[in-house]
Design a binder for this molecule. Structure first.
Ligand code: AMP
Length: 175
C-alpha cells in the first residue's frame, strides 16, 4: 500500500468530542497492517541517524513506537499528568479542546541526545510546544517534530516556528 492509500483510511468524525471539532480518527488506518507499515516508514524518514523517538500520549505512542522499532531506536513516552512513576518534568498547555499537563521522566533523555518527536495530529501546536520544552528540560535536542495529520487552519506550524524558528516540522497530510 502506498502512503496516499494509507492516509485515505483516516476518517473525519464531526462534532467529536464536542461540537465544532472534526476529530481525525486513525483507527481504520491502524487496522490495516500494510497501511500502518506505510505510515511508519514515511515517519521514519524524518529521523536523523542518531535520533531516538519520543511520542505523546496517547496516539503519539502508537506511531512513535512503530517508528522506534522500525529504526531500532529507543522510545520515550511523554505522558499525561500523574501517569509516570518516577520523578518528572511537567508542562501545562491549552488544547484545541480543553487543557492538559504532560510530563516526562527527568532521566528519560541523556543530555545532547537527538530526539524526533512524534504525535498523530498537529492542531494548535500547544501539545508539541509543551513536549519540545520537556525534552529541552532533560537536555535533549529535538531534531524535528512529525505528525501524520496537520490541521493548517489551527496554525500549529506557526506557533511552533515562532517559539523554535529553526525546528523542522513534518506532516504526512494536511486537512
Ligand atoms: P494541539 O495541541 O492543539 O496541536 O492538539 C494536538 C493534540 O490533540 C494531539 O495529541 C492530538 O491527538 C489531539 N487532537 C487535536 N485536535 C485533534 C483532532 N481534530 N482530531 C484528533 N486529534 C486531535
Amino acid at each position: 500500500m502506498n502512503i496516499e492509500q494509507a492516509l485515505s483510511l483516516i476518517r473525519s468524525i464531526p462534532d467529536y468530542p464536542k461540537p465544532g471539532i472534526i476529530f481525525k480518527d486513525i483507527t481504520p488506518l491502524l487496522a490495516k497492517g500494510d497501511a500502518l507499515h506505510a505510515i511508519t516508514d514515511a515517519l521514519s524518514a524524518f529521523a536523523t541517524p542518531a535520533a531516538c523517538i519520543a511520542g505523546i500520549e496517547a496516539r503519539g505512542f502508537i506511531f512513535g513506537s512503530t517508528v522506534a522499532a522500525n529504526l531500532n531506536r529507543g522510545f520515550i513516552p511523554i505522558r499525561k499528568s500523574g501517569k509516570l512513576p518516577f520523578a518528572t518534568h511537567a508542562q501545562s498547555y491549552a488544547l484545541e479542546y480543553g487543557e492538559a499537563t504532560i510530563e516526562i521522566h527527568i532521566d528519560a533523555i541523556a543530555p545532547g541526545q537527538e530526539v524526533l518527536l512524534i504525535d498523530d495530529v498537529l492542531a494548535t501546536g500547544g501539545t508539541m510546544c509543551a513536549a519540545i520544552e520537556l525534552i529541552a528540560q532533560c537536555g535533549g535536542i529535538v531534531v524535528g517534530v512529525a505528525t501524520v495529520i496537520e490541521i493548517p487552519i489551527l496554525q500549529g506550524r506557526n506557533r511552533i516556528s515562532s517559539l523554535y524558528p529553526s525546528m523542522p516540522i513534518y506532516s504526512l497530510m494536511t486537512s
